[in-house]
Structure formats: structure tokens, C-alpha cells
Design a protein around this ligand. Structure first.
Ligand SMILES: [Fe+2]
Length: 191
């Protein structure tokens, strides 16, 4: 069973160029390709495990990075589909207001995480066991992902996400553009 790259129906965005999105989707497709390649390579190497023990371990170690790159980007691009829409009434709105007091406070919290130094993601998850949103920083594509939780909101903070449109020192403008174009209905449906 192979993974296939998804397609995304993303309208023209305000503050994130089409060129950025197009090249970014190309990078996403690379992650999907590499997930499949790693699985195929492992299967091949396991035919002669004694000869390949070191290489096998190194290839296995790469899976989390490539797999995270695939799934994180699927969460990211789908958030733009359908165009900007406000946060609807419902579970997510109730959770945000109970935990943060207001949507504005939540956005400030999430945006502060997004300004963490380095390449990675600002992520928000829902932990249904305690009915709580949990936001954190994920280094690269995989380091720091919270176990057993689904992504509710994901913001790619790798420089490839915004460097055509903003200088690195202006990445807060990219974060603002992200929220300006966000379809909150897609996000709300994940909780
Ligand atoms: Fe990315």
C-alpha cells in the first residue's frame, strides 16, 4: 500500500503568494515520495539484514522525519481550502474560550510558539481524554510531536513557507497572513 500525494484546492491567498504555495506543494510531494521510498528500501534491505544492519537502522531513523513532513503538510494546506472563514460555534470555539478566554488570546499563544527559533511547526492538538487543547513547537517535521493526539492546527515555520514573500526578520507578517487566510471551519471539524 503506497501513500499518494493529495491535491489541494487553494484559492488566491492574501499575503502568501501562489509561487510560494506551488513550490511548497512540490516539497510536500517529495515527502510522500520519500515515505514510499523508505518503506520499499527497508523491505529490500531486510532480505539480507546481516549485510544491511547499519544502513537499515539509518533508513528507519529517517521515517519519522519524512512521515511527519507528509502529514504535517496535509494538515497545513487543507486549512486554506475554501478560503478564509471565521471560527464557527461549536466544540473548538468552546474549548478556546474556556482555556484561553478568547480567540485573540489563543492566536497570541499559538503565534508566540510559531516564533520559536529554528525550523519546525507551531502545532495545536486536541487531547480528548481531558478535553483540552495542547499547543507546542515541533522541531523539523517530527521532534516533539505529542503522542496519540491528532493535529487541530498546524503552522509551517520552515523558511520555505514564507521566504519568497517575507524576510526572515518579518516572519510575524507571515504568521498574520496565515491567520488572515485560515479556514476555521476546516480546523473546527478536527475537534
Ligand atoms: Fe513546509
Amino acid at each position: 500500500m503506497q501513500y499518494e500525494a493529495k491535491t489541494f484546492d487553494i484559492p488566491e491567498l492574501d499575503g502568501i503568494s501562489k509561487e510560494t504555495i506551488d513550490s511548497h506543494i512540490g516539497l510536500y510531494q517529495g515527502y510522500v515520495k520519500h515515505v514510499n521510498l523508505i518503506h520499499a528500501t527497508i523491505a529490500e534491505m531486510e532480505k539480507t539484514p546481516e549485510e544491511n544492519s547499519y544502513a537499515l537502522a539509518e533508513v528507519q531513523r529517517r521515517l519519522g522525519f519524512e512521515f511527519g513532513g507528509m502529514k504535517n503538510h496535509e494538515a497545513y494546506f487543507s486549512q486554506f481550502e475554501g478560503g478564509a472563514k471565521p471560527l464557527p460555534e461549536g466544540n473548538l470555539k468552546n474549548l478556546i474560550e474556556a482555556q484561553f478566554g478568547s480567540l485573540e488570546n489563543f492566536i497570541t499563544h499559538f503565534s508566540t510558539i510559531a516564533k520559536t527559533r529554528g525550523v519546525g511547526w507551531s502545532m495545536c492538538y486536541f487531547d480528548k481524554t481531558v478535553n483540552r487543547l495542547v499547543c507546542t513547537w515541533v522541531d523539523e517535521q517530527h521532534l516533539g510531536h505529542l503522542a496519540d493526539l491528532d493535529i487541530v492546527l498546524g503552522l509551517d515555520m520552515w523558511e520555505h513557507s514564507y521566504m519568497r514573500d517575507y524576510l526572515p526578520a518579518d516572519k510575524s507578517k507571515y504568521i498574520e497572513a496565515f491567520f488572515k487566510n485560515l479556514n476555521w471551519e476546516v480546523v473546527a471539524n478536527r475537534v
